[in-house]
Design a protein. Structure first.
Lengths: 450, 427
């Protein structure tokens, strides 16, 4: 008898445990010493410049080498309060490690990400609270969205003596680190442990289940608080816009990963035998790899352009391929094919660039049999909460909130950061946004008022 | 293929690499293994009078530099802790098994002629090729009036050497301690006493590290530590200098030298030999990696000699001695400056910050189209070599000779020297 095309429990319990445990183990103390000795302690180090949060990388690595792990962790956390998470999820191969001069000299950078994890894990596992709050300013700031940008902003505001109220729509803080990042990148509840560490400084009030536009209004926040920081992320996902999108088996990758991250029983998650992920970013990689690890027989990523245009890094693509995921380029979906309401195949059209450099279809098509297709073609800002009726109250840029270098929006007293503003969508960039905004808010509130 | 056979103070060996008197040469078992691996000779770990000494537990300490283990090494071990008779019996057997290898026996007995006379006769009976007088150990034995307690007093060195020459027909090598203000004192004394050769250096008095938890020096013996004998790669520069001082001393002329101190590779050995050493003794490197390292020493030296056109050791032994001089004889008008190969530069900036913070502000840190670029300011560069040494890329920074158009002149004749020799003094 033919088994169900989409079914839970394809694996043994031990397979689930192994497949969703840490994909990249931490360094042993000895490995950390050996790696730290490879750092040349560059002058004007290129890695610092390549880090969106500007961590003094040579300094913290030297401190690891001397056994000064607390000093190393503080060098990291004082610039990036989510240094622990960034050590796990940052695409270091296109940031600090790409800039490492050892890449130029030997083709093998210092493993900065793993060293950063070594130092931050040391501090977090000891329950050390290294930051102190400045004397209370009496100022109150509303932080809308409790992801990396919001938490970084709230933490820096707390350090500077202000009090922050974080409004978070979901039950838990940490945004995509809790709900979106692939499970094997940050297992064992690390996102929550990091949140606990951040909140432990004090002065941060958290209100979960509070969505902007539904439970709180921007105008009211501007009225009731001394300043507002918006970090609502990108709540919407894009549709494919092809026939068959309502078939059973057509899933939104972000929503599925969220279920996967929050479930206690992975064996109860239904997964297809033949799975297709459409998109070229880390979400496509994460869903395809996790599908394989949930027991899918075949997982294929299809992207409409070439490898260089993918926002998933080469390192991520290689990781997918070593997990048995096939990546096809230059094809876009044109039709989702169903039988009795259930997806059975996806029809694609080959694509190419026309002489003017625009993507165009070639009219040639092919089909991939599929029980499940995951849409991972990008997330978008849902602008409704920051509208006043039909009137846009915040200036926008490329569909996101426009901000200046200090992360100030077009509205007085309102700052914004994270994925909802223009720029790269990375945790490390979100942290930098939150930190910069907090410092700008502090200046705006006036040091003299303390 | 170059001929590596050496004859040192009359002692023949198939190659100049000997294991120094130390733990690796304490027993027949180890020495047999060393000879199988290819070592040209050994100096058997120091024999003393019975009853044998007793060692403590925890004996070694290491100095690690930036992840590299044992860049320096120290020990608080004493001479052999086995009965004299056992050692003598094993020496006799090993020499019989390996007639082509050099087997020298290290000795340390109290400063009494009878003691030396007695043990020399016993060693001679083994058929060993020679003896090495241990006047060097800076710890433990020196407190009992032996080792460096003798080596630091030239009169004692001369006296004991003379006794030994009087009581044996074997070649007598005197091992010198570096724990003196001038190595020529004991070296000349050995020569006066009739020594057939000197070997140096023995270990340097040292505290290699402090255990900050136990608040005690390492190695730590039940909460306390004592100074030990320092050796390994870190002491090589000290040893090279002392070897060179003896090699160029007219009073020591003709005195064979066995080089010891941080030798780990054929290149290290060749450097000692260029400064006049006839053989190269090794200990720490063997204790770090085992006896197999002699393989590279032998064929590395041979390949290098072939490349340079040297057919036998005597072709290059001592060849650098004439170029060791005093500062006052260096050419004041010679000038080099640093040059950075931009192609191989990896933009680490270490040349800049080293020069900027601690030297002559002669390496500029630039940004050209946003990219880092480091350039030497020729007019500011004094040719100190600091940037060359901090640069992590071999061949990236080179020191280039600049023609000053001035004749060679040393400090004694330099017009900038207010106390330069007058024309009459110059003759």
């Amino acid at each position: 008898m033919k088994s169900a095309a989409i079914a839970p429990g394809r694996l043994s319990p031990s397979d689930y445990t192994r497949n969703f445990d840490e994909a990249k183990p931490p360094l042993e103390p000895h490995q950390a010493l050996v790696d730290s000795s490879r750092c040349l302690f560059c002058y004007d180090a290129p890695c610092i410049e390549a880090c969106p949060t500007g961590i003094d990388i040579p300094s913290f690595i030297r401190k690891i080498g001397t056994g000064n792990l607390k000093g190393a962790a503080l060098d990291i956390l004082s610039e990036n309060i989510m240094g622990g998470m960034c050590a796990r999820v940052c695409p270091t191969e296109v940031l600090c490690e790409q800039a490492c001069v050892r890449s130029a000299s030997e083709g093998k950078p210092v493993r900065i990400g793993l060293l950063q994890r070594h130092a931050t894990d040391w501090l977090l596992s000891r329950g050390i609270q290294p930051f102190q709050r400045a004397p209370a300013s009496g100022k109150r700031v509303a932080v809308v969205g409790g992801g990396p940008a919001g938490l970084a902003c709230a933490h820096r505001l707390a350090m500077l003596g202000h009090s922050a109220t974080v409004f978070e729509a979901r039950p838990k803080l940490s945004g995509l680190n809790e709900y979106g990042v692939a499970a094997y990148k940050t297992p064992h509840g690390f996102a929550q442990r990091e949140v606990d560490f951040i909140l432990a400084i004090g002065g941060i009030e958290v209100r979960t289940g509070q969505a902007l536009g539904r439970d709180v209004a921007l105008e009211a926040l501007r009225r009731d608080y001394d300043a507002v920081f918006i970090s609502v992320g990108l709540a919407g996902t894009k549709a494919l816009g092809v026939p068959g999108e309502d078939l059973a088996g057509v899933e939104d990758a972000v929503a599925y990963i969220e279920r996967l991250r929050q479930t206690r029983e992975l064996s109860k998650l239904p997964i297809g035998r033949r799975v297709v992920a459409i998109g070229g970013g880390n979400t496509a990689i994460d869903i395809a790899v996790q599908a394989k690890r949930l027991g899918a027989e075949d997982a294929t990523i299809v992207y409409r352009r070439g490898p260089d245009a993918m926002s998933a890094t080469e390192h991520e693509r290689e990781f997918a391929q070593t997990n048995g995921v096939r990546i096809k380029h230059w094809a876009r979906p044109v039709r989702l094919v169903g039988e009795a309401g259930q997806l059975v195949a996806v029809q694609f059209e080959y694509t190419r660039l026309d002489p003017s450099g625009r993507l165009t279809g070639t009219s040639e098509t092919f089909s991939l049999e599929a029980d499940q297709v995951f849409k991972a073609i990008g997330q978008v800002l849902v602008p409704d909460p920051i509208r006043d009726g039909t009137k846009q109250v915040l200036e926008m840029q490329d569909g996101k909130i426009a901000v200046d270098a200090q992360r100030h929006t077009s509205l007085p007293g309102v700052w914004a950061g994270g994925d909802c503003v223009a720029g790269v969508d990375l945790t490390v960039q979100a942290v930098q946004d939150g930190k910069m905004a907090a410092q700008a808010i502090d200046r705006w509130l006036g040091a003299g008022s303390r | 293929m170059a001929d590596l056979r050496s004859t040192f103070a009359g002692i023949k060996a198939p190659n100049p690499f000997w294991l120094a008197s130390a733990p690796p040469t304490d027993k027949a078992y180890n020495v047999e293994r060393a000879f199988k691996a290819g070592w040209g000779g050994v100096v058997w770990k120091t024999l003393g009078e019975d009853p044998p000494i007793v060692n403590v537990s925890s004996r070694y300490g290491g100095l690690d530099i930036n992840g590299h283990r044992m860049a320096g090494f120290t020990n608080i071990e004493l001479i052999t802790d086995r009965p004299l008779e056992v050692n003598l019996r094993e020496i006799k057997q090993v020499k019989r098994n390996w007639p082509d290898r050099a087997l020298v026996v290290s000795l340390m007995v109290p400063c009494e002629e009878d003691s030396w006379k007695r043990i020399l006769a016993q060693v001679e009976d083994t058929g060993a090729d020679g003896v090495e007088l241990n006047f060097g150990c800076p710890h433990g034995m020196s407190e009992r009036g032996m080792g460096s307690a003798v080596g630091q007093v030239p009169d004692y060195v001369e006296m004991v050497t003379r006794w030994c020459k009087a009581h044996t027909r074997m070649p007598v090598i005197v091992k010198l301690t570096p724990n003196v203000s001038n190595i020529l004192g004991p070296a000349r004394a050995a020569k006066r006493g009739g020594a057939d050769a000197v070997s140096l250096i023995n270990t340097v008095s040292s505290i290699i590290s402090v255990d900050l938890d136990r608040m005690a020096p390492t190695p730590t013996v039940d909460g306390k530590g004592t100074h030990g004998g320092y050796c390994g790669p870190a002491v090589k520069p000290i040893a090279l200098h002392m070897v060179a001082e003896i090699a160029r001393d007219p009073e020591c002329a003709g005195l064979p030298i066995s080089g010891i101190g941080g030798i780990a590779t054929w290149r290290d050995g060749a450097e000692f030999m260029a400064l006049g050493a006839g053989t190269a003794q090794v200990c720490t490197a063997a204790m770090h990696y085992g006896f197999k390292i002699v393989g590279d020493m032998i064929d590395g030296l041979s390949n290098w000699m072939d490349e340079k056109g040297y057919t036998r050791l005597s072709d290059f032994v001592g060849k650098a001695v004439a170029n060791v001089t005093d500062w006052q004889y260096l050419n004041m008008n010679y000038k080099i400056i640093a040059s950075i190969d931009q192609q191989s530069c990896i933009q680490c900036g270490l040349c800049h910050i080293a020069c900027e913070d601690t030297a002559h502000q002669a390496v500029a840190a630039l940004r050209v189209d946003g990219k880092r670029r480091y350039e030497v300011l020729d007019a500011e560069c004094v040719g100190c070599n600091l940037c060359y040494h901090v640069c992590p890329v071999s061949g990236c920074i080179s020191m280039v000779e600049v023609d000053t158009g001035l004749p060679a002149v040393d400090w004694n004749h330099d017009p900038r020297n207010p106390r330069r020799l007058t024309l009459e003094e110059q003759g």
